[in-house]
Design a protein around this ligand. Structure first.
Ligand SMILES: NC(=O)C1=CN([C@@H]2O[C@H](COP(=O)(O)OP(=O)(O)OC[C@H]3O[C@@H](n4cnc5c(N)ncnc54)[C@H](O)[C@@H]3O)[C@@H](O)[C@H]2O)[C@@H](O)CC1
Ligand SMILES: Nc1ncnc2c1ncn2[C@@H]1O[C@H](COP(=O)(O)OP(=O)(O)O)[C@@H](O)[C@H]1O
Length: 281
């Protein structure tokens, strides 16, 4: 089959990555912070942080709005802070949204995050809060470092004040509109994720399968995008490589009989690490 003109060639981005120098140290691979986790959704922030760690971030921090969580017992490498401490930490990339909720505290934290000099990735409830507030939109437009948005079609519809059907009718057009409206880099998720940015160029990802239609997969994608940005990839390349690896991991697991039914987000991040290490950054 002839490749689509706008088909994302993830393998080419992967093959072009430089290998890690022998004398590298953790400071060379960036610091990622993940902010989210309202009560009942701490899992979302941990999934994103674990994905950032496994995809190669030099240091990974996380902060949850649910009080009292000081350690990820499964992944003690992650440094768990209070939200205010996280926002005072020097970060290469800050990702806000997984399980964040839409409380007043969440809104205030997002407002501070939008003023943070780190590269910013907005997902899930950060996108819902942004969609509901002209003030937060103005802060987004005023940012001087890159902003990336990772909406699923439901979140994209809220951001563009339309319905999900309209988004799905012309997904490239919707992604381009989002990039323009928020002056941001965008991955519009779902089967055939669309990656685009302010330059109007767009790519469609062809990896992935319905095994990915399960809760937590988007949180893992956010952590993966953050890790690739922290290691120096440009926003457009980071979005494309993350979408490619996320889908390719699910496809590889399918061939092993893991999925589509019962595939978990935790399995996807480990398989994505394996594929990334075929050409380690
Ligand atoms: N372990 C955890 O703590 C988890 C927490 N989560 C958090 O839960 C919160 C709510 O997120 P939800 O995404 O569940 O709720 P939403 O209300 O944002 O989205 C659900 C709706 O969006 C639409 N949609 C999503 N993907 C679509 C697609 N590919 N095609 C068409 N329509 C689509 C559908 O209409 C769907 O009913 C977020 O903050 C999220 O981060 C989830 O990520 C799941 C895991
Ligand atoms: N049928 C599918 N084919 C390919 N990718 C899919 C499919 N269903 C879901 N995905 C991917 O899985 C992820 C789901 O993200 P999201 O809807 O935000 O989930 P959650 O919020 O539960 O973590 C996205 O990256 C999306 O592109």
């Amino acid at each position: 089959m002839k490749p689509h003109t706008n088909q994302l060639i993830g393998k080419a981005i992967l093959d072009a990555l430089p290998t890690r120098p022998l004398d590298s140290n953790k400071g060379n691979f960036g610091s990622v912070g993940i902010l989210g986790g309202a009560p009942g959704m701490t899992g979302a922030v941990l999934l994103a942080a674990r994905a950032a760690l496994h995809l190669g971030a030099g240091k990974t921090y996380a902060a949850s709005l649910s009080s009292g969580i000081t350690l990820d017992c499964m992944q003690p490498e992650i440094m768990l802070l209070d939200p205010s401490q996280l926002l005072d930490t020097a970060l290469t990339v800050l990702a806000v949204g997984p399980g964040l909720g839409q409380s007043e505290q969440a809104r205030q934290l997002l407002e501070s995050a939008l003023k943070n000099p780190a590269i910013l990735v907005l997902d899930a409830d950060a996108l819902n809060l942004l969609a509901a507030s002209p003030d937060l939109k103005n802060l987004t437009l005023a940012r001087t470092s890159p902003t990336l948005l990772t909406p699923h079609p439901g979140e994209a519809a809220r951001l563009l004040a339309c319905d999900t059907k309209t988004i799905q009718r012309d997904r490239p057009a919707a992604a381009l509109q989002l990039a323009e409206k928020y002056c941001a880099w965008v991955v519009l998720k779902g089967a055939g994720s669309i990656c685009t940015g302010p330059g109007k160029e767009w790519r469609i990802n062809t990896t992935g399968n319905p095994g990915l239609s399960s809760a937590g997969m988007g949180d893992v994608l956010t952590g993966m995008v953050a890790a690739l940005l922290a290691q120096g990839l440009e926003p457009f390349a980071a979005l494309q490589l993350a979408a490619y690896l996320h889908g390719a991991a699910a496809d590889a697991l399918l061939l092993q009989g893991i999925g589509p039914v019962g595939l978990t987000a935790s399995e996807v991040m480990l398989e994505a690490r394996k594929i990334l290490n075929q050409r380690a950054i």
